[in-house]
Design a protein around this ligand. Structure first.
Ligand code: PEP
Ligand code: MN
Length: 343
């Protein structure tokens, strides 16, 4: 439940409400600048009505509201301020557009470093690269595993770019967290609850892609809730397109740009957009990247490969370093035009 304080409530009055919650064993999340909002964490159903009455009786409390949405910790009602996730000095969700770029899969030191250096030079803020690849066919390249993680960490050491990489197995959380700065949960694993709980416990920043069996926004938020519930508040959402239904399509997925507006309206979590998986075609990546920037996304995640023709995964949707540099120049213009903070 959510406790809305009267405007002008003093720190002592706010602290008093927090104390009342903690003495009953509940957590409290204080947010808001003009009006303070206190999100009560873990209140038992049996306690809700009685506690709400007691708190409403306090003169500094304006109202006590139940959370109507099925997700709470991820909701804007619960926390008014936007969550800003900071990784190695790079802020995601602070009103700027954070650019994540790199190959779909780490293939070699040379391939990764070529992209990392080019991405950095073009102004990217975060390096992406998969070490564990969730492939449709077991005969396709499955990723370099631990060696790939080591290469990512080495590329980070050289360029200073923090790294994001997908984790597939809950048992790998500790290993992956040792090498990468943001743990990516892929679309296929959005509803892998065991994995969500483990990355939640790790306290490590998480990029949660939208997907799973029922990729509605509500289900996506509930998946974020699994991570937040473990005490990990460093969650970044990622829209990467929804499966095409109804037959043949010109794109691999349908990128839901409206998710940016919906998420910003209903959640405090940052949202980045992936135009590479969203379209599946290199020729369409720039248009959708620009559209996402115009919609006010907190970031973009783009696949870049030095030689897409020879890529071991997702070559058709990978752009070259030169195309990426060109795109970055256009993205900056759009981003500035819609009032995003410079980054
Ligand atoms: C990826 O980022 O390479 C990937 C596999 O993405 P998704 O989970 O969105 O398909
Ligand atoms: Mn990919």
């Amino acid at each position: 439940m959510i406790i809305v304080m009267r405007s002008g409530a003093t720190k002592a009055e706010i602290d008093h409400v927090v104390e009342r919650l903690t003495e009953r064993g509940y957590g409290a999340n204080v947010s808001g600048s003009e009006v303070t909002v206190i999100g009560a964490i873990g209140v038992l159903d049996d306690d809700k009505a009685g506690l709400a009455d007691q708190l409403t009786a306090l003169p500094a409390v304006d109202k006590v509201m139940p959370v109507l949405k099925r997700y709470k910790l991820a909701s804007r009602e619960f926390q008014r301020e936007r969550t800003v996730v900071v990784v190695r000095g790079v802020a995601i969700g602070d009103g700027s557009l954070t650019i994540m770029a790199g190959p779909c899969a780490v293939e070699s030191a040379e391939q990764l470093l070529t992209v990392a250096r080019a991405a950095k030079a073009a102004g990217a803020h975060v390096l992406r690269g998969g070490a564990y690849k969730p492939r449709t066919s077991p005969y396709d390249f499955q990723g370099m595993g631990r060696e790939g993680l080591e290469l990512l960490a080495a590329a980070r050491d050289e360029t200073g770019l923090p790294v994001v990489s997908e984790i597939l197995d809950p048992h790998d959380v500790e290993l992956c967290a040792r090498y990468v700065d943001i743990l990516q949960i892929g679309a296929r694993n959005m509803q892998n609850y065991a994995l969500l709980k483990e990355v939640g416990k790790s306290g490590h920043p998480v990029l949660l892609k939208r997907g799973g069996m029922y990729p509605t926004i509500e289900n996506w938020m509930l998946c974020a809730e699994y991570i937040l519930r473990e005490g990990n508040r460093q969650v970044i959402l990622c829209e990467r397109g929804l499966p095409v239904t109804g037959g043949e399509s010109a794109t691999r997925n349908v990128l839901d740009i409206s998710a940016v507006a919906v998420v910003h309206g209903t959640s405090h979590l940052p949202i980045v957009v992936d135009p590479s998986h969203g379209t599946g075609k290199a020729a369409y990546v720039a248009s959708l990247a620009l559209a996402a920037a115009a919609a006010g996304a907190d970031g973009l995640i783009i696949e870049v490969h030095p030689d897409p023709e020879r890529a071991l995964s997702d070559g058709p949707q990978s752009i070259t370093p030169a195309q990426f540099a060109e795109l970055m120049a256009r993205v900056r213009v759009v981003s500035a035009a819609v009032g995003a903070k410079a980054s």
